[in-house]
Write a protein that binds this ligand. Structure first.
Ligand code: NAI
Length: 349
């Protein structure tokens, strides 16, 4: 089903308010999800609405959270989200980090006790739009075999990085530290499409192309991706006094309990290190140099991170976005959720 971004946004928002979120929080969550779908990151868009709505309706996402924000040093702060909607907490946490980095050059803001916050590029883009460089990392539920291991320990622990460029453009790098995000497996399941054999393993640790048979994901680039996901868990979990490693809560268990997840934003004002003009010109030059590189066989052009997603988002403004029919039917239904995710292992579909 083809929907305009505003139609999609409204349908998702309706579900979240029906499930119990305030109008303001529902609006922000729908905005982050629509951002993902518009950019072709369907793994973190409408496909998640039913799961979130069930968790909201069962109390596992606090609909009336008491947020607290404490500056713990000259350039550091902790935002306690009281297990409210993760998208809201990450967005408000970034607003705080932006203000601090503008004034002080650097801001490190940890958000603790939150739920899943979706596509991290949304939050790094907030900073880039204000002329700031940003890194954001967060915990995710354990579903990855550590390098050399046969049991799950870490999550898909994503990393996003954005740097502002010319004319409102930005480099926005946003990735799971697994070969693919779990949501990509979910998306393949919803479309009944095979996955590449490099993405995941089955119950015996063998690679599989059947999204329904997946029992664990694998880190990018073996020990290197494994090291990055460990770094993310330390920055956004251990450092915030939260459960870490295999003790991070599961997305699809205990939907009536808060997830207690962590996320960390690091925001840097480039003007404290060089001039604004030099920085923007250098990013412009980087973008130009990269697009001038001769493509390898099988590629049309060389792009900077985020370029393809931004082009998709531009096109989605005119042409709308394609949503799987089953998801559309759910979105227009009167149900908060149809298929319960509660206590259903993510790996069993
Ligand atoms: P992906 O594999 O689709 O893209 C990764 C990065 O590569 C992006 O920055 C993209 O712009 C860039 N890229 C892709 N093709 C490119 C090309 N041809 N040239 C240059 N750059 C290119 O992303 P992935 O790993 O599937 O993650 C998807 C989303 O899932 C992200 O938004 C991430 O934040 C989110 N996520 C969120 C989690 C959470 O717990 N909140 C957990 C894991 C992922």
């Amino acid at each position: 089903m083809n929907l305009s971004i505003s139609q999609l946004h409204q349908l998702m928002k309706n579900k979240f308010t029906l499930a119990g979120l305030t109008d303001e929080h529902a609006d922000i969550v729908a905005d982050v999800l629509a951002f993902a779908d518009a950019r072709g990151v369907h793994s973190h868009g409408a496909v998640r609405v039913e799961y979130y709505s069930e968790r909201i309706s069962k109390g596992g996402i606090n609909t009336a959270p008491h947020f607290s924000y404490e500056e713990t040093g000259p350039c550091s702060a902790v935002f306690d989200g009281d297990n409210g909607a993760g998208h809201v907490i990450a967005k408000l946490g970034m607003e705080k980090a932006i203000d601090m980095a503008k004034a002080k050059g650097v801001a490190v803001v940890g958000m603790k006790r939150m739920s899943h916050s979706g596509a991290l590029g949304y939050f790094t883009k907030q900073a880039a739009e204000q002329g700031l460089v940003a890194i954001s990392v967060c915990q995710s539920d354990p579903m990855v075999v550590p390098y050399g291991g046969s049991e799950v320990y870490y999550g898909t622990n994503p990393i996003a990085f954005a740097a502002p460029g010319p004319d409102g453009k930005a480099i926005n790098f946003d990735m799971a530290t697994t070969v693919q995000a779990w949501g990509k497996v979910l998306d393949a399941r919803s479309r009944n499409k095979e996955i590449p054999e490099s993405w995941a393993v089955d119950g015996d640790g063998n690679s599989t192309t059947d999204p329904h048979a997946v029992r664990a994901l694998v880190p990018i680039a073996g020990p290197k991706g494994y090291g990055l996901m460990m770094m993310v868990d330390i920055l956004s979990g251990v450092m915030l006094g939260l459960p870490f490693g295999r003790n991070v809560s599961s997305m699809y268990e205990n939907l009536s309990e808060g997830r207690e997840l962590g996320q960390l934003h690091i925001v840097i004002n480039p003007e404290f290190f060089t001039t604004k003009e030099y920085f923007i010109d250098a990013i412009a030059q980087t973008m130009q140099d990269i697009s001038g590189i001769r493509p390898a066989p099988g590629f049309d052009k060389v792009m900077y991170p985020g370029q393809r997603s931004d082009a998709k988002a531009e096109s989605a403004k005119e042409n709308g976005v394609e949503i799987v029919d089953e998801i559309y039917q759910y979105l227009i239904s009167e149900h908060i959720y149809i298929n319960s995710y509660d206590h259903k292992s993510a790996f069993n579909g």
